[in-house]
Design a protein around this ligand. Structure first.
Ligand code: SF4
Length: 283
């Protein structure tokens, strides 16, 4: 069995920079991260081991400084931090910040914002909490539920596949032919798109694909969905100990990819364990 890595996989610059920023600040002063810095248990354990606190609500924070995660936050949430007399350390990914600017501009120009994304995902909450009116869609059925608007402004959660954004934009145009529909594609993150494209190509040539990432990570789930379009045997693991040798029975090529919040060391250990399974099978 040959183990093949996707040409693009694993941690993106946005997550790397956010972790580095939080670790630097956490070494200087007591720090709380608001929400999960990344959807990855290994990273969260590292932060906790260094005394960096994790809280989901502003009211629960006990340190003078609060880090906003790579997923970003609304102005409303930042104001709630400042109202408590706390300082904000902004670790928002620049691509998420650009998505905030795009959505704000759409609303200011009179478009009804429609976000292609996962409802209640922390990034989507950040993108929408400051808006008076908006919709979040991810399926054709969601488009059917939209109310008529004179102008629709469609933007995407950064980790959405570009094809889905285009398809849903097209469906909105078809359903509301008299409305102006503007689709902003630039909010889709390039590192995510490269990982999705590489995962699709890898899955097409693999008998089995292993996706490494957190079960709650949106981009990891999207990677699994992309791989399943091309390969019947796709398995999501958080680390090497989740691998089962029987998954690889009869496989000639085993593909490996990973979500954008998966540390390199975790990807490497999964690859080593897959190589080990391959070697044991040959022996
Ligand atoms: S997945 Fe993209 S948008 Fe999200 S943190 Fe990484 S680079 Fe930024």
């Amino acid at each position: 069995m040959r183990v093949v890595r996707a040409s693009h996989l694993g941690m993106c610059f946005g997550v790397r920079d956010a972790i580095a920023k939080v670790l630097r600040a956490g070494a200087r002063e007591p720090l709380t991260v608001l929400g999960e810095l990344v959807h990855n248990g290994t990273v969260l354990e590292q932060l906790a081991a260094r005394g960096i606190q994790l809280r989901h609500e502003v009211a629960e924070v006990e340190t003078p400084c609060v880090a906003i995660t790579a997923h970003g936050a609304s102005e409303r949430r930042r104001a709630a931090v400042r109202e408590r007399g706390l300082r904000v350390l902004d670790a928002t990914c620049p691509i998420v910040r650009a998505a905030h600017r795009a959505v704000t501009a759409l609303a200011a120009e009179g478009y009804h914002p429609v976000i292609v994304g996962t409802p209640n995902h922390v990034e989507v909450r950040g993108l929408t909490e400051d808006l008076d009116a908006f919709d979040v869609i991810s399926t054709e059925e969601d488009v059917e539920r939209l109310q008529p608007q004179r102008r629709f402004g469609v933007a995407a959660q950064t980790t959405q596949p570009i094809e889905r954004v285009r398809q849903l934009g097209w469906l909105i145009r078809r359903r509301f032919p008299l409305s102006e529909v503007r689709v902003v594609e630039t909010t889709v993150c390039v590192p995510t798109r490269l990982r999705q494209e590489a995962a699709g190509a890898l899955a097409a040539m693999s008998d089995v694909v292993v996706v490494v990432g957190g079960a709650r990570s949106n981009n990891t789930r999207e990677l699994c969905a992309t791989c399943r379009q091309h390969c019947e045997r796709v398995f999501l693991v958080q680390g090497a100990r989740d691998l089962r040798p029987e998954w690889f029975a009869g496989a000639r090529v085993a593909g490996l990819t990973a979500g954008t919040s998966t540390p390199d060391a975790v990807v490497d250990s999964v690859e080593a364990a897959m190589q080990d399974i391959a070697t044991r099978r040959v022996a």
